[in-house]
Write a protein that binds this ligand. Structure first.
Ligand code: ZN
Length: 234
């Protein structure tokens, strides 16, 4: 699947599940602004399993540095679509995020927020196309504003940041299950799970049907999750 498809599916799943987030997890129902930011964070997190690919969205984030990191992850994890495409990775990513936000506090949370928003901005094409200066400056500007917003108005993102990471990574795995090769959900057990609906990355089905459909569904879900309650209250 394309990075854009993963990001849109992550956004959709977060927005669609936000009204049902257990209050025991969050204390109170998430505010509309939290739903919006969480949707973007989940979109970014849905790119994380492709840290094992030298030419996917995460690899293009910081030029040679991120490319080198992705090659290292790929080498450590046994290649593309191995360890990072498993339920074990989802658990480790969520647990690592939880450890980071609880032990290292806001510096970790805001750094991760910046990275996830940058991934989302890139995958969702929220900046001019290409890798030129304009694209880079726009992406960094948008990401910086988003992170500053979280820093200023979100005193406690300890709980829903791990949730967004888990949900995004899980959505990625399910998306890749719809393509050829599938994913080894139960890694290190090697069996691959697949239900092939998308035969080629970037196919018409993906670009002209699935992405537009999921985009519209995300806005509808955001309406019900973030804005409709405001009108109901008013
Ligand atoms: Zn993947």
């Amino acid at each position: 699947m394309m990075g854009q498809s993963h990001a849109v599916s992550g956004a959709l799943v977060f927005a669609a599940t936000a009204p049902f987030l257990p209050e025991a997890l969050f204390g109170v129902a998430p505010r509309p602004s939290e739903v919006l930011i969480g949707t973007l964070l989940c979109a970014g997190a849905s790119l994380l399993p492709d840290l094992d690919h030298h030419d996917a969205t995460p690899a293009h984030l910081l030029g040679p540095l991120s490319k080198g990191l992705c090659r290292l992850v790929s080498w450590l994890c046994g290649g593309h679509r191995h360890a990072t495409h498993s339920l074990a990775f989802v658990a480790v990513a969520g647990w690592g995020t939880w450890l980071g936000v609880t032990r290292l506090g806001r510096p970790f949370a805001l750094t991760l927020t910046f990275v996830l928003l940058a991934l989302a901005a890139r995958a969702l094409h929220l900046h001019p196309p290409g890798h030129g200066l304009t694209a880079w400056v726009t992406a960094v500007g948008l990401t910086g504003v988003g992170t500053a917003t979280v820093a200023a108005w979100f005193p406690d993102i300890t709980l829903w940041l791990p949730y967004a990471v888990c949900l995004g990574a899980l959505t990625h795995l399910l998306g890749d299950c719809l393509t050829r090769r599938g994913v080894p959900l139960l890694w290190p057990y090697r069996k691959r799970f697949e239900l092939v609906l998308i035969r080629r990355t970037g196919s018409r089905l993906e670009t002209r049907f699935l992405v537009p459909l999921m985009t519209v569904a995300t806005f509808v879900a955001l309406w019900f999750a973030a804005f409709a309650p405001l009108f109901a209250l008013g």
